[in-house]
Write a protein that binds this ligand. Structure first.
Ligand code: IVH
Length: 670
């Protein structure tokens, strides 16, 4: 039977996910996993009646944009009081001992430095994931959390019928570094640390982006009426058996000395962990003792955080240099005497912008404090003025571009300085070419930054539109470029001529027009001529296009140099309009979703909504069941439906949210 086949595949894939992401002990290879997953995907598509919001196929996320519903926490999400020294930890220990006046155990855990999450499971199924928010209520990010492979969607073993489990969502260092490298190449703003990257990712409106970011999660706190044990550490072990990822670095301590040993060990060892930690959490083990200690308004009296010292070093500031990026943004960089910090040699630190330089009151020759907290790029946090025996030159932000000499400008409301000479400033021209040929742009193999530099120096490339006029005979004359590479470049250029219009638009490198905005513009305006002619007002009428982007697009197309370049790209044969297929694409944003309509509506009739659901690939169903994906809820939704929805954890969509899900979808068609 198809149903059994689907269910068997689901169980098998769930087990594989658990083995891989929780136990770190894979049982099948990626290829086999992917084959089974696509088999399941196919069966589910063919049999929408067996849709399950918790199927492993749902972990890939969807391109549907969702705005988050606010949900009140059943138990408020408090924070922990912090301590920074052994003395403060001892004070906590003495306070607990005095209040309890009995024997007690402590549990030491790592303090994971990510973003906290509260997960609710009913009958072993993940029904809701909510962020901390203001502690009283947070955002419902269930769809996004479902994409995190180490979070079980369905539990095994003997779990309570209803409980909450809290933990930390993290972006592993390796994923964070790759992501930032990619963002740097695209000149997008970098994430300062994995914590910001994790919380930024979790708030993404598009769950397929979340799925691609490979988040991880550790769980550390169970809440509910029927927990298996009176001991926190036992409960964590039980949670591990049910399928949750619980840290191995958890230790029951009977004395304060054992706590200090744990701290000492992990202060060093944490550097070898794949995720960021910023301290230790010390908790009273027995839940009955936790209850008798209780809470203050902000934090539990039964727990404390011990924060690790950020690693610091003192070194000399020798000079400040300035880097110019593709967009002309000028970044100041401090050149330092080499110093060891967290196991790496640091010679440079980012100074971000002129405001930061002024706030630090930096002078050349100053001894400066360099810190590497959660951040990957070290930063200067202060000047050691006590050893400032000689005052060097005050660091003044440059007035002219270090590369081309043009006077720098600073836009209102922005911290950065820019070189406006975009058509003649070498790093900007080269940066634009690199962007043009990049993987997400024209994806031209063989044209890396070194080759671009070589071609630029030899005046074979003056701007990105020259790329299509490169001749094999010119290329082979270059010393460092062989015949094979020359042919590769030519083949890459030819192949790129079929790259769709929305990516060509991204490749042009118009300021503020990233991948998503390029898609929105391409789908709204349909071809380059329409875009050239579009007025500021027409542009801001497009979904998600704000004033800043509209201004930048108008400015770009008002420059005759850009028009000339676009014309030569047209002549070269690049795609300058949306493909026929995409022009006619019907919606599929609701594929696989079963939606109940309930209540009265103000913007469209019920019949219209029914038609919209079907046109966009969804199914309109009459009654709420565990198979219902959403309820499109108007005014006065039936109380029975509401009750059932609450019980089953079915999400309610209001008219506006529903419409935004289908309106934006044309822009998401790949
Ligand atoms: S227990 C009542 N355990 O630290 C608070 N929190 O400042 C119970 N955190 O919001 C939290 N690792 O996001 C706990 N092992 C751990 C933790 C941990 C990280 C975070 C959590 C919390 C914050 C408190």
């Amino acid at each position: 039977m198809i149903k059994t086949q689907i269910e068997t595949l689901r169980r098998e894939l769930e087990q594989c996910n658990y083995n891989y992401y929780v136990l770190s002990a894979p049982t099948i290879c990626d290829l086999e996993f992917d084959a089974k997953l696509s088999q399941l995907q196919k069966l589910e598509e063919e049999n929408p009646d067996f849709f399950d919001p918790n199927s492993p196929t749902q972990r890939v996320g969807s391109d549907v944009n969702t705005s988050f519903n606010q949900v009140a926490h059943v138990y408020p999400m408090l924070s922990l009081s912090n301590s920074y020294s052994e003395t403060e930890v001892t004070e906590f220990y003495d306070r607990v001992a005095r209040t309890l006046n009995d024997d007690f155990e402590l549990v030491c855990e790592l303090k994971y430095d990510g973003t906290s999450i509260s997960l609710t499971y009913q009958d072993g199924v993940l029904i809701r994931a909510v962020t901390r928010g203001d502690g009283e209520k947070g955002d419902d990010v269930t769809a996004n959390v479902k994409t995190i492979r180490s979070i079980p969607l369905r539990l095994h073993g003997n779990f309570p019928a209803l409980f909450e489990i809290r933990g930390e969502i993290l972006m592993p260092w390796s994923v964070f570094e790759d992501l930032n490298r990619e963002r740097e190449a695209q000149e997008e703003q970098l994430f300062a640390n994995p914590r910001n990257a994790a919380s930024g990712t979790l708030k993404q409106q598009n769950s397929s982006v979340v799925a691609s970011r490979k988040l991880d999660a550790y769980l550390y706190y169970l809440l509910g009426d029927n927990l298996p044990s009176n001991s926190h550490s036992e409960n964590l072990l039980a949670a591990h058996r049910w399928g949750f990822k619980v840290s191995d670095a958890t230790k029951v301590c009977k004395t304060i000395e054992e706590v200090f040993e744990f701290i000492k060990y992990w202060d060093i060892e944490r550097k070898n962990l794949p995720v960021a930690t910023d301290g230790i959490v010390i908790k009273v083990n027995a839940l009955s003792q936790q209850r008798s200690l209780g809470f203050t308004a902000k934090s539990p009296r039964w727990a404390i955080a011990y924060k690790f010292q950020a690693e610091k070093a003192v070194t000399r500031l020798n000079s400040v240099s300035y880097q110019v990026g593709r967009t002309g943004a000028v970044t100041p960089v401090a050149n330092l005497d080499a110093v060891q910090l967290s196991g790496t040699t640091v010679r440079r630190a980012s100074l971000h912008n002129s405001d930061i330089i002024a706030a630090l009151d930096l002078h050349i020759g100053d001894m400066v404090f360099v810190e590497k907290g959660g951040e990957i790029i070290p930063k200067i946090t202060a000047v050691d003025k006590e050893v400032r025996f000689m005052l060097g030159d005050k660091v003044q932000f440059i007035k002219n571009c270090p590369e081309c000499g043009a006077a720098l400008i600073r836009y209102e409301g922005e911290a950065a300085h820019y070189c406006p000479n975009e058509n003649a400033c070498p790093p900007q021209i080269k940066g634009k070419m690199e962007h043009f040929v990049s993987r997400k742009g024209m994806n031209i193999d063989g044209l890396g930054s070194e080759t671009i530099n070589l071609l630029f120096q030899n005046e074979l490339l003056k701007n990105y539109s020259d790329i299509y006029s490169l001749k094999i005979s010119d290329l082979v004359q270059l010393d460092r470029l062989g015949e094979k590479s020359a042919y590769n470049i030519q083949a890459g250029c030819e192949k790129s001529k079929s790259i769709p219009f929305e990516r060509v638009l991204f490749a042009l490198g118009i300021r503020f027009v990233g991948e998503t905005i390029a898609k929105k513009l391409a789908f709204a305006l349909k071809n380059i001529e329409a875009l050239e002619k579009a007025s500021f007002d027409e542009l801001i009428a497009v979904d998600e296009i704000g004033e800043r982007i509209a201004q930048s697009v108008v400015l770009y197309f008002s420059d005759p140099i850009n028009i000339e370049r676009i014309n030569s790209l047209k002549v070269a044969g690049l795609q300058m309009s949306l493909s026929e297929e995409k022009l006619q694409a019907r919606g599929n944003s609701l594929t696989g979703l079963s939606i109940v309509i309930s209540g009265t509506f103000s913007q469209h009739s019920r019949d219209e909504y029914k038609a919209m659901i079907e046109q966009h690939g969804g199914k309109n169903i009459g009654s709420v069941s565990s198979k219902t994906s959403y309820i499109l809820a108007g005014e006065n939704i039936g109380p029975e439906k509401l009750k059932k929805a609450e019980k089953l954890g079915v999400v309610l969509l209001d008219e506006k949210t529903f419409l935004s899900m289908i309106v934006t979808e044309t822009a998401n068609v790949e």
